[in-house]
Design a protein around this ligand. Structure first.
Ligand code: HAM
Length: 424
């Protein structure tokens, strides 16, 4: 017989986990709305060229790319930023600026699965398009911070850097754009041996490598920006930018001790241009990065006008894993009805329908279990109360509402049942 397995790197989620995911998702949406971000949704699959345009064909190895029945090159989205920018360039560009957008969606990457790394995973992200850079960068950083903290994840570090600092160094050393992208890839993987070999192979200056290594190892509070300034041999506009950004973060209620400056943040995707950041959390092992983002340039790539854009995405699954696990799971069912005759079943259906319409959750024993067994079941599924209805209750038009935690019974008339639950 065929063994029907899930595809590698995918997961099924039971109801209690979905409940937890929904609670966290709702919390994130609330924070995004409080910053006046509006939700958008884009397709799960796109034309492959959308992802190749900036990154080159190499990206195809890392994504789910295929030909559809019409011979079109299609890819499951590995992230949503490219899609949101396509949407902006094609349809949203006439809207008043700035655009503040957020999204939640599944993404697909052809990766080697392990804890916190999947082939299908979810991202919760946000983008600001068309605002001055400093204001927009500060706003997305603040949103990411309050999302992370509000989600209950144990955040260990928020590392903020700026690709312009490295770029200034490369330009001084006359290292071209292609080589810069390769160097950033080594840095993103923290592969310093590979970087040494790359510099040697390309005949790049060892002094530049030395300064670069010192620069990317600068990681600490904002005072390290003075050290970076020295390394860069004087004025560097992007270091001044980071200092201004730090001041803005204070006004958002984010203290110096709650983030660090890390000029080694290189980011794995090719579209970043300015401020970049990553958030790490505890309890995730090797895949500790729960969020990544920064300022990027994609509008021109998709035929639009140049416009400042910045954003981030949380790995939603990692956010869930990073929450402290001792949280109580709140019982979610208000009432479990136990009918002991056919007539009683009809009454239960009537009462449950009235309560459900009013937003009270109600379930009814469907198996005709004996009362004792039915109470046992109500207990296992976390029902807050249970109600048995038999001939006596039908005759008296009254039930005993049993509190499942204390065992206390409260007599309530049928006609007052909704009131009883709504006033709880
Ligand atoms: P990213 O760093 O590639 O950035 O992905 C964002 C987050 O998605 C990561 O920090 C990680 O938590 C999560 N993630 C990535 N791959 C996986 C995986 N295979 N399994 C589970 N979680 C994963 C972006 O995608 C950018 N679009 C973010 C952005 C928005 N930048 C600007 N705007």
């Amino acid at each position: 017989m065929t063994d029907f397995q899930r595809p590698r790197g995918t997961r099924d989620f039971p109801p209690e986990e979905m409940e937890q995911r929904r609670i966290v998702e709702d919390g994130l949406r609330k924070v995004a709305r409080s910053f006046n971000f509006g939700e958008v949704m884009t397709p799960t699959f796109e034309n492959t060229e959308l992802f190749v345009a900036k990154s080159g064909p190499g990206i195809i190895d890392e994504i789910y790319a295929f030909k559809d029945k019409g011979d079109r090159e299609i890819s499951l989205r590995p992230e949503l930023t490219a899609a949101v920018m396509r949407y902006y360039v094609k349809e949203l560009h006439t809207r008043p600026k700035p655009l503040k957008l957020y999204y939640m969606g599944n993404c697909f990457r052809y990766e080697r699965p392990q804890k916190g790394r999947y082939r299908e995973f979810w991202q919760f992200g946000a983008e600001i398009i068309g605002a001055p850079s400093l204001e927009a960068d500060a706003e997305v950083l603040a949103l990411a911070y309050y999302c992370a903290v509000g989600s209950g994840a144990v955040v260990t570090d928020i590392r903020i850097g700026h690709l312009g600092v490295m770029k200034a160094l490369f330009e001084k050393a006359q290292i071209g754009d292609d080589l810069q992208a390769d160097i950033r890839r080594y840095l993103d993987k923290k592969d310093f041996d590979g970087l040494d070999a790359f510099f040697a192979e390309k005949g790049l200056s060892p002094e530049t490598l030395g300064t670069l290594t010192e620069l990317v190892n600068l990681h600490g509070n904002r005072n390290i920006l003075d050290k970076a300034q020295e390394l860069m041999g004087g004025d560097c506009a992007d270091i001044v930018y980071l200092k201004d950004l730090a001041r803005r973060l204070n006004s958002y209620g984010i203290q110096d001790s709650q983030y660090s400056i890390d000029l080694g943040v290189a980011r794995g995707l090719d579209y970043y241009t300015g401020m970049v950041f990553e958030i790490d959390a505890a309890g995730l092992g090797a895949e500790s990065q729960i969020c990544g983002g920064g300022a990027y340039s994609l509008s021109e790539t998709f035929g639009g006008q140049q416009i400042f854009s910045t954003g981030f995405a949380f790995g939603f699954d990692r956010l869930i894993l990073a929450r402290s696990s001792d949280e109580e799971i709140i019982p979610k069912l208000d009432i479990y009805f136990i009918p002991i005759s056919d007539d009683a079943r009809l009454k239960c259906l009537e009462l449950a329908t009235e309560l459900r319409k009013a937003g009270v959750s109600a379930d009814i024993d469907l198996l005709g279990r004996k009362v004792g067994k039915a109470f046992g079941y109500a207990d296992t599924i976390g029902a807050r109360t249970a109600i048995v209805i038999g001939d006596k209750e039908l005759a008296e038009k009254k039930v005993n509402v049993k509190d499942m935690a204390t065992g206390d019974q409260t007599p309530v008339e049928f006609s007052r049942l909704l009131d009883h639950y709504q006033n709880k």
